[in-house]
Design a protein around this ligand. Structure first.
Ligand SMILES: Cc1cc2nc3c(=O)[nH]c(=O)nc-3n(C[C@H](O)[C@H](O)[C@H](O)COP(=O)(O)OP(=O)(O)OC[C@H]3O[C@@H](n4cnc5c(N)ncnc54)[C@H](O)[C@@H]3O)c2cc1C
Length: 425
């Protein structure tokens, strides 16, 4: 079987963007992308709520998102490849406590990106159906508090991960990158660089590398490997004793419809040009994402303690999770959605970095690992691909699409230089 210069394992947003920048920056490279599904972007990329924002507290994380958003905007508006990208905004409804807690971060973001604040009166005027004062029962039982202000990110909105993936895939095909689907890799084969043909190799004193990766039937050989296998990464790396810092956690999305959904979804054009409710975040992180085509809302929350770190083969959405965790908070602030009906739902998994909620991107031997996108991998996908390409080329700095740059090992595990991310959804 042909030996490739690089095999990229995983055809989600991270693998696609990585292959794209590897090939764009070194046109001679012979690249193969492998995935276990029958086509690209069928893993967590297809499960995303499909929102984007540059509202991150950590500077490196902010750079990843801001520059990727900038690139996707370029694809849609200059290259005319539709990504269904709409700047509807992200609106955080803050009570007094969260407002105080995040004040410093908000002030920092106000200096570096487009934002605005809405007073109570402005929220009431723009979105009259939002209830800012939860009733007594909600206050007592769920400890919900009155909303005192909204913080809004304007360089934020909604897009379609499938369309972004289509863009990279089409470009990769045009550039002659090979794809092999329906191929589940079970093993990364470790060998010494210089074989002695002694049993038990590689020994501790031998330089090591991955020579090939194998499924049940075949082995695929390459000089270098990019592994972008998201939550499934530990299955390949743990047997080698390499830590990818990946912790999987189930995340669920519920779609609701109904007459009042449409009334809340299509607002007048006071707030954004689209005349659409922004992606809105309520206390406890319960969020509501407008879905224009379906005339629906996607609602979700990321639960923490009580939700195990488990990989499920086919994660299923739990209706009771919607009924008892999401709906009560949602209705406290959006009572107009009382009669909305749940019409579809799905579940995927976040690969979480419990240390700082940010990606890991590093090189070890002849493998580049890129993952642990901590719930925001689509909106950062472009920048991650660029960092992978820089690691391959041994560049100390990576230039991102907006012209900003960062040290290529910022998201590594040795010289890791990222503060804890406070704005996780
Ligand atoms: C419910 C939910 C909501 C989300 N909302 C958002 C959002 O609004 N905005 C946002 O930016 N991000 C969001 N995310 C996060 C985002 O989806 C991920 O960060 C991103 O998709 C990760 O991309 P990836 O390429 O690393 O992973 P994936 O898309 O999961 O791709 C990994 C690929 O590797 C393949 N693979 C794995 N192991 C093997 C193997 N052994 N052999 C062959 N192939 C293998 C898989 O088949 C898969 O295609 C959300 C995630 C979930 C679950």
């Amino acid at each position: 079987m042909e030996k490739y210069d690089v095999i990229v394992l995983g055809a989600g947003i991270v693998g696609l963007s990585s292959a794209y920048y590897l090939k764009r920056q070194s046109r001679d490279l012979n690249i193969l992308v492998i995935d276990k599904y029958s086509t690209y972007a069928q893993g967590n990329t297809s499960k995303a709520a499909a929102g984007f924002r540059d509202l991150f507290s950590s500077e490196p994380n902010f750079k990843l998102a801001k520059s990727s958003i900038f690139f996707y905007d370029h694809v849609q508006n200059e290259l005319k490849f539709n990504l269904d990208m709409k700047y509807v905004g992200y609106m955080y409804l803050l009570d007094d406590e969260t407002r105080t807690k995040y004040e410093k971060i908000i002030e920092g973001l106000e200096k570096k990106t487009k934002t605005k604040r809405l007073s109570r009166d402005e929220i009431k005027d723009t979105f009259p159906f939002i209830n800012l004062d939860p009733d007594d029962v909600s206050r007592q039982v769920m400890k919900l508090k009155p909303i005192s202000e909204a913080f809004v990110g304007l360089n934020c909105g909604i897009f379609e991960p499938d369309l972004i993936s289509n863009y990279y895939f089409n470009e990769l095909e045009k550039m002659g990158v090979d794809f092999k689907f329906s191929t589940k890799i079970e093993k990364l084969n470790l060998e010494p660089v210089n074989k002695l043909e002694y049993p038990g190799e590689p020994f501790v004193w031998q330089e090591k590398r991955i020579s090939s990766i194998s499924d049940r039937a075949d082995s695929y050989r390459a000089d270098n490997f990019v592994i972008a296998t998201d939550v499934w990464s530990p299955m390949l790396f743990d047997p080698l004793g390499i830590d990818t810092f990946t912790k999987p956690k189930k995340r669920q999305i519920f779609q609701i419809k109904g007459e009042n959904v449409e009334k809340a979804l299509f607002t007048d054009k006071k707030f954004n040009e689209e005349g659409i409710l922004p992606f809105t975040i309520m206390p406890y992180g319960v969020y509501i994402r407008p879905s224009i085509k379906e005339k629906a809302f996607r609602v979700a929350v990321s639960d923490d303690i009580g939700r195990s770190f488990t990989i499920e083969d086919d994660p299923y959405p739990e209706e009771n999770f919607y009924a008892y965790n999401i709906r009560p908070v949602l209705l406290s602030y959006f009572p107009t959605l009382e009669n909305s009906k749940l019409f579809s739902s799905w579940a995927g998994e976040y690969s979480i970095s419990t240390r700082d909620d940010q990606p890991y991107i590093f090189k070890i031997m002849n493998i580049i690992f890129a993952g642990v996108t901590s719930g925001s991998g689509v909106m950062k996908g472009d920048a991650i691909g660029r960092i992978v390409s820089s690691l391959y080329l041994n560049k100390d700095y990576t230039t991102l699409y907006d012209g900003s740059s960062l040290k290529t090992d910022t998201f590594g595990y040795i010289n890791r230089n990222v503060p804890y991310e406070e704005f996780v959804l």
